[in-house]
Design a protein around this ligand. Structure first.
Ligand SMILES: *Cc1c(COP(=O)(O)O)cnc(C)c1O
Length: 395
């Protein structure tokens, strides 16, 4: 029985050839490929500036730092996200303040943000979960009203679009102050590991470039190209958050593939939506009229009577790989100490999404027959009577 995996990166000889070219060029980190990838990515999302870094977690760290988040500050965000979202706040010495997600979606509930704001709030960190754009119009308005910057965790949202003042625009223009992308293999566009910061603020972009390279005043490219001897200095504390040229070369090929990948995923998602309408107890994810998601993940909600673990195990036994809904940081041991975070209001929607949802396989190489198989197996798995829960294994 052939397994249907949860995801599959689209990589072939074109990426191999791109890396080969870089290796043989002799310039393997933060050189011309990184600069070109940044330009191409900025053009793609419509941003004034794009700065490549080692991954999205380091991008989030720099984005929060640049908008002024520091020790003792608070950042309003969600617990319902990959743990890197909240961890990045803690890297700044700040406290993530968790608010709940919407009842029928997976993004921050804008109507709960204001209650979480205090004089210590230095940023709103929203997440475009699974690639689905958040309600940025509402979130940005709240940020403006309180003079609080908005950082977008766009890790999953390469190529997703939002209707903004009557025009379709890419996530990452950005609509907040800074957007952060991930190029981990679980996302649509992969460089193995990698990240990107986009902003309209030239000063922010200059800071990102300083900080990603140890806080060094002169870049390698400038020193390399200079006819005069240059001594660099280190005006402030920096980091090594560089992207390599091998990664950037892969990223450029991947970026060129992205529109086709998204088209294929949106076709599969439409097949899922139609098929799920016929399966009682399983609810398809919705897409607001002002959003065009890249469907980085296709996450369905199970009705009360269905056991998440049992449905997932039955599907796995039948060759269909799934994942449970997104984790909640506040439920992890790393957040057990109350000083690590603050909770604003109830997080019941966040917890319910983790416990009642499952992510179905979705990748560009999937065939219509694969989708039909998943739907068929899901229909059967949901018909089973509830039995004893299997022993929970670590993820
Ligand atoms: C994947 C992901 C991250 C982390 O990205 P890395 O590139 O692995 O550091 C952060 N936030 C969200 C929402 C993610 O899905």
């Amino acid at each position: 029985m052939a397994m249907i995996p949860i995801a599959k990166p689209m990589l072939d000889e074109r990426e191999v050839e791109a890396v080969r070219r870089v290796v043989l060029s002799g310039w393997v980190t933060q050189g011309p490929e990184v600069a070109t990838f940044e330009n191409e990515f900025a053009t793609f999302v419509g941003a004034d500036h794009a700065c490549a870094v080692s991954n999205c977690t380091t991008a989030l760290h720099l984005a929060l730092k640049v908008v002024g988040v520091g020790p003792g500050d608070e950042v309003v965000t969600v617990s319902h996200s990959f743990i890197a979202t909240a961890n990045a706040v803690r890297y700044c010495g700040a406290v993530p303040v968790f608010v709940d997600i919407e009842e029928n979606g997976f993004n921050i509930d804008p109507d709960r943000i204001e209650a979480a704001i205090t004089p210590k709030t230095k940023a709103i960190l929203c997440v475009h979960q699974f690639g689905m754009p958040c309600d940025l119009e509402k979130i940005v308005a709240i940020g403006q009203k309180h003079s609080i910057p908005v950082v977008e965790d766009a890790a999953c949202a390469s190529g997703s679009e939002i209707l903004w003042q009557g025009n379709w625009e890419k996530i990452g223009k950005p609509h907040g102050d800074v957007a952060c992308f991930s190029f981990h293999p679980r996302k649509l566009l992969t460089t193995g590991d990698g990240g990107m910061l986009t902003t309209a603020n030239a000063d922010y972009d200059a800071k990102f470039r300083l900080w990603r390279q140890h806080g060094m005043s002169v870049t390698d490219a400038v020193r390399h190209g200079s006819k005069q001897v240059i001594f660099e200095s280190y005006p402030e504390l920096g980091y090594n958050y560089r992207m390599t040229d091998m990664q950037a070369a892969i990223g450029r090929v991947q970026l060129a593939r992205l529109p086709d990948l998204i088209e294929a995923r949106r076709r599969m998602a439409e097949l899922y939506r139609k098929g799920l309408a016929e399966i009682p107890g399983v609810e398809a994810p919705g897409e607001p009229p002002w959003a065009r998601t890249n469907w980085q993940s296709y996450c369905v909600r199970l009705a009360e009577g269905l056991d998440q673990l049992q449905v997932m195990q039955t599907l796995l036994d039948r060759g269909v790989s799934t994942r449970r809904g997104i984790m909640n940081s506040h439920r992890e041991p790393a957040y057990a100490d109350p000083s690590t975070h603050r909770v604003s209001g109830s997080l019941e929607n966040s917890v319910a999404a983790q416990e009642r949802c499952i992510v179905l396989p979705l990748f560009a190489q999937m065939t219509e027959a694969d989708v039909a198989t998943v739907l068929d197996e899901l229909r059967q798995a949901c018909r089973l009577p509830t039995r004893e829960r299997p022993v929970a294994a670590a993820e």
